[in-house]
Design a protein around this ligand. Structure first.
Ligand code: ZN
Length: 432
C-alpha cells in the first residue's frame, strides 16, 4: 500500500515527502499522537519506501512523462538543502548505494526503467515518492517477510532466547528486548542490502534502562539504519531519547472520515457509525475496535441505565457494572498480553462512562438547538433535552470525567459507578 494513501495526516505527509525528496531522512523519528490515527500505518509505509528496490517519484507510474507532469514539486525547497539541511547524517541510502532521489536524471531513468505495475498494485500518487509495490522487496514486505523490517514491541520478550526474560511480565519494553531484537540486528549489514528499518511501537513503555541502552544508536545509528518510535504519550519518555529523534505529531482524524470508514468497512448504518465516531474521539483505529465489540448495539442498554438512574441510581449503577463485566470479556480476548485482565476491565469501565457522556453531550447540543452528533433523533436524547438544563447536564458530564479519571486508580469500581449514577440522577429531574 502506498505511503501517500495514508489520509488526513497532511503535516506528517508533507514533512516525510520533503525529507525523502531532499534525500535527508533523519535516522530516528518519533511519531507522536493518539492511538489509531495512522502513526504505525505511516511508519510501515515509510519503511516499505526505504526498503523498495524501485522507490521514487510516482514509482508505479512507469512513465517519465507522468513524472515530468507531476505538480507536487511546489513544496520542495528550491535550494535542494532539504528540511534537515544541518542534519549531519549520511544521505538516504548512504554513500555506497546509488540514490534514486539524487537528481532529476536518475529519477526519470528510474521511472522509465521501472517494470509496469500489475493492475492490483494500487494507486501511487503522482509527484510523491513512494514504493513501487511490485519489486521483490515490496512483495516480501507485503507478505510480512522482509528480513530488513523489524517491528519492536514489548511482547517480543516472550520470544527471547533467555527463559528468565520469557518468564517475566512484559509490562514495559525492556532492555532485554531492545538488546536482542534491536541493538544486535542493527549492527549487522542489511540482508537485502538496501536499508534496515526498526519500528518501535508503544515507545512510551520503553524502560529507562532500555532507553539508555539505545542512546548511542539513536545518536549515531549504523549506515542505512532507520528507527521510527511511535508514542501516544512521549512526555513519559526520557528527554535524552526525545531529543535524539525528529518528532512528528499526528492529529486526530475528521469525524466524517471515521463515519465513512465504519460505513464502508463494517457496513454499519449511518446512526451506529455516528455514535462510534463520537466515542472514538478522532481515532479510526478505536472506532473500528468499538464496532467489533458491538458497542453500537448496546446504546439501548446504556440509555436504559441513564433513565433508571433518575429513580434508582444504585440499580442503574448495578446495571452498568454488569455491562462492564460483560464487555471486559471480549476486550480481554483482544489483548494477548500480560496486563489483559486489568486493562480489559479498566477499558470496559472507561468505555461505558464515555458512552454515557456521549449521550449527555448530544442532549446538551439538542438543548441549545444544535444537531445531536451521536444519536440523532434518539428518544432518550429528546427526553433528556426536554427535562434537563444545560448546567445540570454539564455537571453530570464533569462527574463522568472525574469517574473516568478514577478508573484504574485503585478506586473501587462499585463506588465509581454509584457516584456516576447519583450524578446522573441529579442532572435529570424525575420523572423523565
Ligand atoms: Zn518496490
Amino acid at each position: 500500500m502506498p505511503l501517500s494513501d495514508v489520509l488526513h495526516q497532511d503535516a506528517a505527509q508533507v514533512h516525510l515527502q520533503r525529507a525523502l525528496r531532499a534525500g535527508r531522512l533523519p535516522h530516528a523519528y518519533l511519531f507522536t499522537g493518539p492511538a489509531g490515527v495512522g502513526k504505525e500505518m505511516l511508519a510501515t509505509r515509510l519503511a516499505q519506501v526505504l526498503l523498495c528496490g524501485n522507490a521514487g517519484v510516482g514509482a508505479s507510474a512507469s512513465s517519465a512523462a507522468a513524472h515530468a507532469a507531476a505538480p507536487a514539486d511546489a513544496d520542495v525547497p528550491s535550494s535542494g538543502g532539504g528540511l534537515f539541511a544541518d542534519d549531519a547524517g549520511p544521505s538516504l541510502f548512504g554513500e555506497d548505494t546509488p540514490s534514486l532521489f539524487g537528481s532529476e536524471t536518475e529519477d526519470a531513468a528510474a521511472a522509465a526503467t521501472a517494470k509496469p505495475a500489475p493492475a492490483d498494485a494500487g494507486p501511487v500518487c503522482p509527484g510523491k515518492i513512494d514504493a513501487c509495490g511490485h519489486c521483490i522487496d515490496c512483495t516480501l514486505f507485503a507478505a510480512g517477510n522482509h528480513p530488513d523490517y523489524h517491528r519492536i514491541h514489548r511482547m517480543l520478550a516472550k520470544a527471547h532466547p533467555d527463559s528468565t526474560v520469557r518468564g517475566r511480565k512484559a509490562t514495559t519494553l525492556s532492555v532485554d528486548v531492545i538488546r536482542h531484537f534491536l541493538l544486535a540486528p542493527i549492527g549487522v549489514r542489511p540482508s537485502r542490502g538496501r536499508a534496515k528499518v526498526f519500528v518501535i511501537v508503544e515507545a512510551e513503555r520503553l524502560s529507562d534502562e532500555a532507553q539508555n541502552a539505545m542512546l548511542k544508536t539513536l545518536e549515531e545509528p549504523p549506515p542505512r539504519s532507520y528507527l521510527i518510535l511511535l508514542a501516544g504519550s512521549p512526555d513519559s519518555m526520557l528527554a535524552t531519547t526525545r531529543s535524539r529523534c525528529q518528532q512528528v505529531s499526528f492529529g486526530t482524524l475528521p469525524r466524517e472520515f471515521i463515519v465513512e470508514r465504519l460505513q464502508t468497512d463494517r457496513s454499519l448504518p449511518a446512526e451506529s457509525a455516528a455514535f462510534l465516531a463520537e466515542i472514538s474521539q478522532g481515532s479510526v483505529g478505536m472506532a473500528l475496535k468499538y464496532a467489533e465489540l458491538g458497542l453500537h448495539e448496546n446504546v439501548a442498554l446504556v440509555a436504559g441505565a441513564i433513565g433508571r438512574a433518575v429513580t434508582d441510581p444504585l440499580g442503574a449503577s448495578k446495571l452498568l457494572q454488569d455491562f462492564a463485566k460483560e464487555l471486559a470479556a471480549p476486550l480481554k480476548q483482544n489483548q494477548d498480553d500480560d496486563e489483559a485482565d486489568t486493562n480489559a476491565s479498566r477499558d470496559a469501565q472507561v468505555l461505558i462512562l464515555a458512552m454515557i457522556s456521549t449521550i449527555l453531550r448530544d442532549a446538551q447540543r439538542r438543548l441549545v438547538g444544535a444537531a445531536p452528533l451521536a444519536l440523532g433523533d434518539h428518544a432518550l436524547v429528546a427526553r433528556l433535552a426536554a427535562s434537563a438544563d444545560t448546567s445540570s447536564l454539564r455537571g453530570a458530564i464533569r462527574a463522568l470525567s472525574r469517574a473516568e479519571y478514577q478508573v484504574g486508580r485503585s478506586v473501587n469500581t462499585g463506588l465509581i459507578f454509584d457516584a456516576a449514577a447519583i450524578a446522573l440522577s441529579r442532572a435529570v429531574p424525575a420523572p423523565m
